[in-house]
Each structure stands twice: as structure tokens, then as C-alpha cells.
Ligand binder design. Structure first.
Ligand code: FES
Length: 157
């Protein structure tokens, strides 16, 4: 997706929600849905159009962890830390991913290839420990397999 042509896009969204209850959250939702995150320049524009302090916009963004401030990585890795996965070794899987990718949870790798997230139960506890990359589920994951899995998505050793 191309970067937002900020002013025109923001104007349209703002006009749609202006004077409605909870409009700031709804506007931010639309931006997040369109671009996968809320770019800083967009927050600045929004602050001007709505005449709302930037700090207030960031308060909303950081309150709901649904909103992201970073452009998402190309491939999203979701490591399940639900009870079943946790007990079957998910912390080891997460640690290995962090080390191999040199990234902390909730962030993107430096090359932007992966985003690493932790989730609660992916609904396939019988396969614990489970992780997902984009829409593909990996069950009974072993630490030794992770590098191979990542290489399917272009990660080089
Ligand atoms: S706890 Fe991990 S899939 Fe349910």
C-alpha cells in the first residue's frame, strides 16, 4: 500500500466523524485499518484538523494496544502464550525468535521483514506450543525448527 496522501485522506475521515461521539477513536480506527498503523505525520495532521493536542491523540493510541505506531513488518509472527502453550514451552520459542531476529515483542525487525507479537490462545491448544506466521499455523513447534521456518519467509542465517 502506498503511503497516505495525508491531508485529503484525513479531511475525508474527519468530516465523516466530526461531531459524533467517540470520533477520535473512530478516526484512529479508520487510519489504522487503512495503513496497518497510525503514522506520526498523520497524528500531527489530525491534531491540526481537529484542534486537539497531539498528546491527547497519543493518549488514545497508547491506551488501546490495538493501535500501532510502527509500520507493521511484512510477516507477522504471533507466538501463543496461552496457558497450554506456556506450559509446553512457549517461553523458549519466544526467546529463540527474539534472539534469531534480534527483536523484542511488539516490534519489527530492523529489515522490516517480521513483526513479533505475543497472543493469548490461538484456539488450537492440542498443538501447543503454537505460533502463527501470517495466516499459517505451526504446531508442536520445537526450538530447533524455528530457523527453518523463518527461512521459508526469507530470513537468512
Ligand atoms: S493456549 Fe496456545 S493455542 Fe490455546
Amino acid at each position: 500500500m502506498t503511503e497516505p496522501k495525508l491531508s485529503e485522506d484525513i479531511k475525508k475521515v474527519v468530516e465523516k466523524w466530526r461531531n459524533k461521539k467517540g470520533s477520535l477513536v473512530m478516526i484512529l480506527h479508520e487510519i489504522q485499518n487503512a495503513y496497518g498503523y497510525v503514522p506520526r505525520e498523520t497524528s500531527l495532521e489530525l491534531s491540526k484538523y481537529l484542534d486537539v493536542p497531539l498528546a491527547q491523540i497519543y493518549e488514545v493510541i497508547t491506551f488501546y494496544n490495538y493501535f500501532k505506531l510502527e509500520k507493521p513488518g511484512t510477516h507477522r509472527i504471533a507466538v501463543c502464550m496461552g496457558t497450554a502453550c506456556y506450559l509446553k514451552g512457549a517461553p523458549v520459542i519466544l526467546q529463540e525468535l527474539k534472539e534469531l531476529l534480534d527483536v523484542e515483542e511488539g516490534h519489527n525487525t530492523k529489515d522490516g521483514l517480521f513483526a513479533l507479537d505475543v497472543v493469548r490462545c490461538l484456539g488450537c491448544c492440542g498443538l501447543a506450543p503454537v505460533m502463527m506466521i501470517d495466516s499459517k499455523v505451526y504446531g508442536k513447534v520445537k526450538k530447533e525448527e524455528i530457523m527453518n521456518i523463518l527461512s521459508e519467509y526469507g530470513k537468512e542465517e
